[in-house]
Each structure stands twice: as C-alpha cells, then as structure tokens.
Design a protein around this ligand. Structure first.
Ligand code: SDX
Length: 428
C-alpha cells in the first residue's frame, strides 16, 4: 500500500499521507487539504466514508462480522467476562486484576447514591414521559449536584467523575422505570454485585425481599456487555463531539442518550418489538411487512435489520439470538413473538431485496425479546441499551480528552442564495 495519496484538482496535484491502522485499515490524512488547496473540502453526509478520529478502543470488521473490545473478541468477553470487567477494559485498556476490579467496584459503590433532590426532578415528569427523555434530563441534572465532574483535566479528576457516573447511572435507570410504574424509589445494596444491584433496584417489591435469579443476572450481564461499545456510532460520535468543547462528562453522556433515542439507532429495539407485535396482531402476516419494507413509497423499514458497518451478520445478534432461546426456555416463557422474529429473519435472509443490500439482523432485532421475558417494559428497552453503552461512551470521551483532540467543527458546502441587498417590506 502506498504511503501517500495524490489528488489532482484543476491540473494541480496535491499529495496527502496515507496512514494504516493496526488492523490494516487505510485512511487518507486530509488535515492539510483545505490549506494546501486554498479552500477545497470533502463532502460526506452521514460520514459513511469519513473517519473522525483514531481510536484504540473498539474494532469492527463489517464485512467479516468481527467485533473486538481492546483486542478481545466479543464472543469471548460475552462468555467469560462480567460487565464491570468489560467496563474497566474499555475505559482503561486492560482487563483488571482482581485487586484492580475490587477497588474499581468499591469506588463505584462509594458513589452509588444520588442527591435526594433528584427525586423532585423525577416527580415533575408525567408518568407518560418516555424514559429516554427522563434519563437524559436526570443525567444532565447530575452535573448540578456534582460540579467537580465538569472541569476534569487530570486523569484523577476524570477517574472520580467516571466512578461517580457508573455508581449513579444505574439508579437513574431503575428510578426511571419505577416512576413509570408508580413504584417507590429504592436503592439497592452495597453488598450486591453491580448487575445484581441493578436488578434489585429495578424490580424489588417494597413489601418483600428481592430474590436474585441467576438466569436474569447472566442474561442482563451478557446483554450489557454486548451493548458496551461500538466504535464511532451516532451516539458515541455525539458524546465525543459534545465533550470536545470541554463540556462535562455527564452532559456529554446526556447528549449521547438523546442521540441513542432515535428509532434508526438505539430506539430500534423498542421499534422492533412494536413491529413484531403489529405483525402478531395482523395474524402473523410477515409478507405484508416485508412488502412495506421494500416499498420505496412506504417509510416503514424492517426494524432491527441493516447496519451502517455490518454487511454481514452483526456478531452481537448471533449471540443474543442464542441467548433469547436459552433465557426463554430457562424462564419457561412461551413468546409467540420469538417465532415471528425467527420467521421474519428467515424470509428476509432469502429475499433478494435484503440479500442484495446486505441487510442482516442487528443487535436490536432479538434483544427486546429477552428484555420482555425479563419483565422489562418495551419503553425501557432503549434505556437498557444506554445502560450497556455507558462504559463505551465513557471510554471514548476519556480517549478524546486525554488525547487533547480539537473541538469538533465540520465544514459545509454552501448551496444557498448568493449576496442580495436587503429589501424593505413594502417591496417584498
Ligand atoms: C444500531 O452504528 C452503529 O454501530 C449502531 C449500533 C450500535 O451498537 O451503536 O450498531 C446500534 O443503531 C443498530 C441499527 C438499529 N437500527 C435499525 O434497526 C433501524 C432499521 N435499519 C435502518 O434504518 C438502516 O439499516 C440503518 C440506519 C441501520 C443503516 O442505514 P444506512 O447504512 O444509512 O443504509 P441506507 O439507509 O443507506 O440503506 C441502504 C439501502 C437503502 O435502499 P436503496 O436506497 O439502496 O434502495 O438499504 C435499505 C435502504 O432503503 N435499507 C432498508 C433497511 N435498512 C436499509 N430497507 C428496509 N428495511 C431496513 N431496515
């Protein structure tokens, strides 16, 4: 591979360095483009061909369906690690020793409470509020109660902000769900593991002890690992660009939550369940929905299918599909929605429209089936995605800040009106 690229514009030739990553991906470094060509820029809506940064956190190979966190395969991590270990790995770059993990968890536990005034903010929301809007608001509000989390330049100040949010975010997630169900807000217990504590805060009935179920613990732990990071997706790019202005960690995360909410992104897991429910109500008529998905005049898309990067199976979807079978049979749950999902997947994978466009099931296609079997309401599905993605957002934000990357400020190609003199209202 040559180490330079040559661009010819109006007979002038310009050379740009070509850089190669550790996985042999190749990029043209155009940092000098505008200056050396006296104003020429590139144009790439949706950044389908544009790298925003160099990163050492997550590697995807969309053609081969590969996903690795800091070099470890998602398959091995989902099988052999737990969520807090993976969070540590993503944020600090190495799997923790037992001592490091114990200290990390202890530091997180020491911040696993929120100012009681957070409850007043939560109370102000109607029960009908979407949990993602509540979560984004409460996450941003945390800044008011943790002002030291804003100007974090040193690694120590960053660490303190990181363990604070890892301790407080699960409380916001649990309370967002309990608010919806009119349940009293409750803390878990510092004697529990990270995921066990989340389950207890979410599901504990105020009049009885909460009995931990290993099936739910393992299922949630695996789902959180599978959602933990995914390189420069929409919400992670939002967290990075928000943080690049040196806005605090918590508000950068709140921006990421808002981006994740969209049905084309993390909101797809809720949209998938609503789609499968609609198909079930429609007598299981998957062919009608396949036709809608292919009809260019119909805005309907087959939710949970397709991906900007994966042009092969999303490796997370493969793992979640197996887990869905296991969890439902372990819990003794019969869910006709699972059969509809399987039927839809089979049809799509045989349909030329989907095959030609390399549209495969993505992480969102099966995850909601497990969440539902666990008793999590559909409007909380994207909140669960955010809970999983939290360490990835933190890791990416920290990498951007430690590398002292410049504030994100894309250019544009102006295609509007050229100069025209002001016209008084009488003459318009
Ligand atoms: C996530 O980026 C990440 O990493 C995200 C994520 C993460 O972990 O952070 O993986 C999580 O967001 C997964 C994606 C969840 N979204 C959905 O399931 C929503 C349905 N999917 C689509 O909206 C779509 O596939 C996207 C948004 C995911 C990707 O869109 P692209 O890459 O911009 O592709 P495109 O819109 O240019 O589509 C290419 C073609 C088009 O048809 P033609 O114009 O070529 O004829 O494929 C068609 C699209 O119409 N198409 C679909 C489709 N997805 C793409 N047609 C029907 N159903 C679909 N789901």
């Amino acid at each position: 591979m040559s180490d330079k690229a040559i661009l010819e514009i109006n007979g002038e030739k310009y050379e740009f360095p070509v850089i190669t990553g550790t996985e042999n991906e190749v990029a043209i470094d155009i940092k000098a483009l505008r200056g050396s060509t006296k104003g020429v820029i590139t144009l790439d809506p949706g950044y389908k061909n544009t790298g925003s940064c160099e990163s050492a956190i997550t590697f995807l190979d969309g053609e081969k369906g590969i996903l690795r966190y800091r070099g470890y395969s998602i398959e091995e991590l989902a099988e052999k690690a737990d969520f807090l270990e993976v969070a540590y790995l993503l944020i600090f770059g190495e799997l923790p020793t037992q001592e490091q993990l114990d200290k990390f968890h202890a530091d997180i536990k020491s911040h696993s409470v929120v100012d009681d005034d957070i409850k007043k903010i939560l109370d102000a929301f109607p029960k009908s509020a979407h949990p993602m809007g509540v979560l984004a608001s409460l996450t941003s509000a945390l800044t008011a109660f943790n002002p030291t989390s804003v100007n974090v330049d040193s690694e120590e100040e960053m660490y303190n902000a990181i363990v604070r949010i890892l301790g407080k975010f699960p409380i916001l997630v649990a309370w967002t769900m309990r608010k919806k169900h009119g349940m009293p807000l409750d803390y878990g217990s510092s004697s529990l593991g990270y995921v066990e504590n989340i389950l207890q805060m979410m599901f504990k009935n105020p009049t009885s002890d909460y009995e931990q179920n290993p099936i739910l613990i393992n299922a949630l732990d695996k789902l959180l690992i599978l959602h933990a990071d995914h390189e420069q997706n929409c919400s992670t790019s939002t967290v990075r660009i928000t943080g690049s202005s040196h806005a605090g960690l918590f508000v950068s995360l709140a921006a990421g939550i808002s981006a994740l909410w969209g049905p084309l992104h993390g909101g797809a897991n809720q949209a998938v369940l609503e789609m499968l429910e609609a198909i079930k109500e429609d007598g299981g008529d998957t062919k009608k929905y396949m036709a809608k998905a292919k009809d260019k005049n119909d805005p309907f898309r087959l939710m949970g299918f397709g991906h900007r990067v994966y042009k092969n199976f999303d490796p997370r979807a493969k793992i979640i599909k197996v887990a869905a079978n296991e969890v439902l049979s372990d819990l003794g749950v019969e869910d006709p929605i699972l059969d509809i999902a399987r039927g839809l997947e089979k049809e799509a994978l045989e349909d030329p429209y989907f095959v030609d466009r390399k549209l495969y099931p993505n992480v969102d296609f099966y995850s909601g089936i497990i969440y539902r079997a666990m008793g999590i309401p559909v409007e909380m599905f994207t909140v669960m995605f955010a809970l999983g993605r939290l360490p990835g957002w933190i890791a990416q934000w920290r990498e951007m800040r430690l590398r002292k990357e410049p504030i994100g400020r894309p250019r544009q190609l102006y295609t509007g009106e050229t100069y025209r003199p002001f016209k008084s209202i009488e003459k318009r």
